[in-house]
Design a protein around this ligand. Structure first.
Ligand code: NAD
Ligand code: TYD
Length: 351
């Protein structure tokens, strides 16, 4: 029975990963450590909280004692690090916490794993540290070309620079100590349980509330969208079969402009829920500082080496996602007018 230490499992991708893994395997154990920042939400895990193969620890990945205690009490096989401050706009306002959690937190985890996994002649067999990173570490693309694993790091925002710093620390533990690691760099994820500060859930929420739909700049920035379950599948494959020390880019060639995304959501909600939701709600607002123009992943390596293919096209995934938020209005309400209301209004009360 393999034991996974998942960090940040109460956030968007982490909680989807916990669900994915417990559905797929009944012979694994998952320990989820999460600080429960504004972005961590135990409601995301309600369905599995009583699963005997799952347990939760509230704690900070920067807290060495808490992390070591988990290693002391459990034989951890895999550490999957999702925990991070993840929102670019926030990183522009408050960079320090990004450096702390994303860089120092990663180092704290690496050190703990090294302490418990290292032996006199290397590392115990079958162990792996997986760092969940982002394509944003590569910077911004022009109109052509894609990010490959060999593309030089050229991050711009405090968020992406903190993630790049973390990636380099993970690489250092492989290069220096031969610690068994992998790094995955994925494009923008979407799907259930995403905090409505990110584009897709924010636009869905504002459509339902008939609030302005803020579009930064000219709306022509491009992101490469990945359905979260396809991402979880990729992480599972990299844990099992990724070559040690390697980076794997994860993306499915789903590039769309932001304005296309906003109009797609308006069309779905307008046609199916409320005909008063129209493009009149779109409000072009001041551009994000240092706004990366285009992201696009070349996923050849993970396809050829591990056989990973995304299963969900953008057209199918976006409908499933909008419908999930429509079917789970209480989840959204608890964020926008419940426990997170003050935070949410301070950050996003643009109307
Ligand atoms: P999220 O913000 O939804 O969740 C982050 C989780 O980490 C939250 O539950 C939060 O409480 C927890 N956390 C934050 N600081 C912590 C700390 N110091 N100690 C313990 N827990 C802490 O983020 P997400 O969108 O699920 O992203 C997960 C990972 O994937 C991040 O590392 C992010 O950089 C990466 N990523 C995300 C995307 C995306 O589109 N969302 C794309 C590429 C990479
Ligand atoms: P976001 O979801 O914050 O992800 P990231 O910045 O990590 O790619 O933003 C996705 C794109 O949408 C990005 O180009 C910024 C843009 N955006 C808006 O136009 N309006 C918004 O209200 C938000 C949150 C983002």
């Amino acid at each position: 029975m393999k034991t996974y230490l998942v960090t940040g499992g109460a956030g968007f991708i982490g909680s989807n990963f916990v669900h994915y893994m417990l559905k797929k395997y009944n012979d694994i154990k998952i320990i989820n450590i999460d600080k429960l920042t504004y972005a961590g939400n135990l409601e995301n895990l309600k369905e599995i909280e009583k699963n005997p193969n799952y347990s939760f620890v509230q704690g900070d990945i920067c807290d060495k004692e808490t992390i070591e205690k988990i290693f002391e009490e459990n034989e951890i096989d895999y550490l999957v690090n999702f925990a991070a401050e993840s929102h670019v706009d926030r990183s522009i306002r408050e960079p320090e916490v990004f450096a702390k959690t994303n860089v120092l937190g990663t180092v704290t985890l690496l050190n703990a794993a090294k302490k418990y996994w290292e032996t006199e002649d290397g590392f115990k067999a079958g162990k792996k540290y997986l760092q969940v990173s982002t394509d944003e570490v590569y910077g911004s693309l022009g109109e052509t070309g894609y990010f490959m694993e060999t593309t030089p790091l050229d991050s711009h925002s405090p968020y992406s620079s903190s993630k790049a710093g973390a990636d380099l620390m993970v690489k250092a533990y492989f290069d220096t100590f031969k610690m068994p690691v992998n790094i995955t760099r994925c494009s923008n994820n979407y799907g259930p349980y995403q905090f409505p500060e990110k584009l897709i859930p924010l636009i869905i929420n504002n459509c339902l509330a008939k609030k302005d739909l803020p579009v930064y700049g000219d709306g022509l920035n491009i992101r490469d969208w990945l359905y979260v379950e396809d991402h979880c599948k990729a992480i599972d494959m990299v844990i099992n079969d990724g070559r040690l020390g390697e980076v794997y880019n994860v993306g499915g060639h789903n590039e769309r402009t932001n304005i296309y995304i906003v109009k797609t959501i308006i069309e779905y909600v307008g046609n199916n829920i409320d005909s008063a939701v129209t493009e009149n709600l779109i409000k072009y607002v001041e551009d994000r500082k240092g706004h990366d123009r285009r992201y696009g992943i070349d996923p050849t390596k993970i396809k050829e080496e591990l056989g990973w293919e995304p299963e969900t096209t953008f057209e199918v995934g976006i409908k499933k996602t909008i419908q999930w938020y429509l079917d789970n209005k209480e989840w959204m309400n608890n964020i926008t007018s419940g426990q997170y209301q003050n935070y949410y209004e301070k950050m996003y009360g643009r109307n």
